[in-house]
Ligand binder design. Structure first.
Ligand code: GLN
Length: 563
């Protein structure tokens, strides 16, 4: 029998509900329970894939190629699970499904209403995840805050679930903000009382309340909330702002959240194993020997747009027991000021994914700076494409080389539109998305990082490395270290004569975990830690790597494209 934990939010958004839900998932998993999570997003977009980074932050890609809310990244990282399209449902998807059924006559001429038709579809998605994953506990996080008009059907659906699956199998957690009033030096509970009133007004009585605050939450504040909101005093928890999200599972565990939840749901209460999380917390506290990594992008003021990249860098730091300092470098500023001042103190340079031409010339300058100064470089998706453009321009002398996305008139489209993307008009969900296999070439840095021959990685792109240039680039020392199994798509490139300059067409950041740093991030960080600048010693891979291996690109092996 699956148990359900519902997490709602009140007072304000951006309380870290996703982190709290992910932390509860971790606390349950650390007790040996199996867990899955579903995020219900009440907005009308079908998915965040077409939303602006200003609106939404990162688009997290699941292994099966869904473009989802960034909270799924928190769930995957904290709980160490792989989620699928079943784990993110938006109002846009729900209404599309209901209207599709209406058009095909499923409702037999009935009047279609929010209750029961829309709520039934919402519940069917929650149950589908429970049935297909077969887990002990499904966490259901409702996006937005109580009182949002578009959220009402979702709150109603989770209200009904208690009747459907039984009181003993459901647990409702409401998370609110406790504002601090400087003049009286106290945390105020009134907004929480109102929020719980709103929740009770739609039929949901919370079993527990988590009050987020900038300060520790004292017992008298908790008692007051308990009295006014009709929740047991021992079920009111405080969660102050901590200096690391990875401390949240430990904090909530200490407060007794884990014990409360498992007892309420009739699950065995064994001591959770959170040893690794304590280890991370220690690293976060030490604060010495920081690694300075420059992240060069166009949305540098929007850190949420690069959330998984930030976390993957931190995980690689954990691997070496070090903290990461990210220098956010605007690629447009590099265009204006040149790279020296902005990049010279970086121990490593990372160029993440992106779309559109703005700021890309600055990223190309950053790649060139990393290459010439022997600074470790990691390119992710666009960051890999940038690396190829830079190499073609400066090592092959193709000064007009570019990606067709960035310059449709380019004389040398070293990055091409993928064949199956040509002619596509619809923008939603039409990129090359999700997990695909990649075969790693022996002797390369990529292969030695992964230490296996074949990997699966997640993609989100429309453009690709142009095989017409492959022989010339390889001979000039830009090695194709990973390709699709049929050798038709280049998935990883690396600069032969460099301590670590690797770019992947896929997004390794989605697969990183706090206790399992992604191999490419780990090796990037290792090289960065060794600070191999000009004149530094590093071992080159075997010379044979520069001999071209290609076979399925329309040019004979071992000849150059000019011949
Ligand atoms: N804009 C590039 C493409 O579509 C890169 C995408 C990305 O970085 N995710 O191929």
């Amino acid at each position: 029998m699956t148990r359900y934990i519902f997490v709602t939010g009140g007072v304000v958004s951006s309380l870290g509900k996703g982190i709290a839900a992910a932390s509860i998932g971790r606390m349950l998993k650390s007790r040996g329970l199996s867990v899955s999570v579903i995020k219900l997003d009440p907005y009308l977009n079908v998915d965040p894939g077409t939303m602006s980074p200003y609106q939404h932050g990162e688009v997290f890609v699941t292994i099966d190629g869904s473009e989802t809310d960034l909270d799924l990244g928190h769930y995957e990282r904290f709980i160490d699970i792989e989620l699928t399209s079943l784990s993110n449902v938006t109002a846009g998807q729900i209404y599309t499904e209901v209207i599709g059924k209406e058009r095909s006559g499923t409702y037999l001429g009935g009047t279609i209403q929010i209750i029961p038709h829309v709520t039934d579809v919402i519940k069917s998605h929650i149950r589908a995840l429970a049935e297909q994953s077969g887990v002990d506990v499904v966490l259901v996080e409702v996006g937005g805050t109580v009182g949002d008009i578009e959220g009402q059907p979702f709150i109603e659906a989770i209200r009904q679930m208690r009747g459907d699956v039984g009181r003993e199998n459901t647990f409702y957690i409401h998370m609110t903000l406790l504002p601090y009033l400087g003049s009286t030096r106290e945390l105020k509970t009134k907004p929480t009382q109102h929020s719980v009133q709103a929740l009770r007004g739609v039929g949901v009585q919370p079993d527990a309340i988590i009050g987020r605050a900038d300060h520790e939450v004292d017992q008298d504040v908790k008692d007051k909330i308990a009295l006014f909101c009709d929740v047991k005093p021992e079920n009111v928890f405080g969660l102050p702002t901590l200096d690391s999200v990875y401390k949240v599972p430990l904090y909530l565990e200490e407060q007794g959240v884990g014990e409360t939840v498992v007892k309420a749901l009739g699950l065995p209460d064994v001591a959770p194993d959170l040893a690794y999380w304590r280890h991370i917390a220690e690293i976060e506290d030490e604060g010495e020997e920081r690694m300075r990594i420059a992240v060069v992008g166009k949305y540098v003021e929007l850190h949420d747009s690069y959330l998984s990249v930030i976390e993957a860098l931190r995980h690689a730091g954990f691997h070496y027991g070090r903290k990461i300092d990210i220098d956010w470098v605007s690629s447009e500023e590099i265009e204006q000021q040149g790279p020296e001042r902005l990049l010279s103190s970086a121990m490593g340079i990372l160029v993440p994914g992106g779309f559109g031409p703005r700021g890309v010339e600055g990223m190309i300058i950053a790649a060139n700076y990393a290459r010439e100064n022997r600074i470790p470089y990691l390119g992710l998706c666009l960051g890999m494409q940038v690396m190829v453009i830079e190499y073609a321009r400066n090592e092959l002398g193709l000064t007009g080389a570019n990606s067709l996305e960035l310059d449709p008139e380019t004389t040398d489209p070293v990055i091409n539109l993928m064949e199956d993307q040509a002619g596509l008009v619809a923008t939603g969900g039409t990129m090359r998305l999700g997990q695909y296999p990649c075969v790693l070439r022996a002797g390369t840095r990529a292969r030695s990082a992964y230490d296996v021959e074949r990997v699966q990685e997640r993609h989100r792109h429309r453009y690709e490395y142009n095989n017409e240039y492959r022989i010339r680039l390889e001979e000039a020392g830009l090695i194709c270290s990973g390709t699709s199994p049929d050798d038709s798509l280049v998935e990883i490139t690396e600069v032969y004569d460099h301590p670590f300059m690797v770019g992947s067409q896929f997004h390794p950041e989605f697969a990183s975990r706090p206790d399992k740093a992604h191999p490419l991030f780990r090796e990037f960080m290792k090289a960065a830690g060794e600070v191999l600048r000009e004149g530094g010693q590093y071992e080159l891979p075997a010379e044979e790597l520069k001999q071209v291996t290609t076979n399925s690109v329309g040019v004979a092996s071992g000849t150059t494209a000019e011949e």
